[in-house]
Design a protein around this ligand. Structure first.
Ligand code: SF4
Length: 145
């Protein structure tokens, strides 16, 4: 299975440690893949900064390199504020490029969970749906703090 990842530009300096760890361990949004299935990253880039200009182009290159799914990194979900374009990006990439988009990569770190819970950031049906793959157990969230 080959995947691409698009991260939020706000975290462009991130070395990707949590995303790649969760990929190796099949945790968070990577839990959907079998442990014995080889998982290869064929592209890793940022959205290009608000409002996400690179989302228009990056998926094409990832698909050319074999991407069968594109993950929108957990940073989009946990940033302050969460990326307001997340659901649009998913719909746009799926409709334009015909590739599945998965929201999230690594489990939501517990420290972000606590603050967003207080803020009510995800108190809509849509956000509840979008955080489902990365919400995980409290124990797992703590391991990604
Ligand atoms: S908030 Fe959204 S559009 Fe803005 S930099 Fe982050 S991912 Fe890109």
């Amino acid at each position: 299975m080959k995947v691409g990842m698009i991260i939020c530009e706000r975290y462009k300096g991130c070395a990707g440690g949590k995303c790649f760890r969760s990929m190796r361990n099949r945790e968070g949004a990577f839990e959907r893949y079998k442990k014995d299935e080889e998982l290869i990253t064929v592209g890793y880039t940022s959205c290009g900064g608000c409002p996400g200009g690179n989302v228009e182009y990056a998926p094409e290159e990832m698909i050319r390199n074999g991407a069968e799914a594109i993950h929108l990194a957990t940073g989009l979900v946990v940033g302050y504020p969460p990326c307001p374009h997340t659901s649009y990006f998913k719909e746009y990439i799926e409709k334009k490029f015909g590739v599945e988009v998965v929201i999230g990569t690594h489990p939501i770190p517990q420290k972000y969970f606590i603050v967003h819970d207080k803020l009510g950031s995800w108190d809509t049906e849509e956000w509840q749906r979008m955080i489902r793959p990365t919400l995980c157990s409290e124990e797992l969230r703590k391991r990604y703090d």
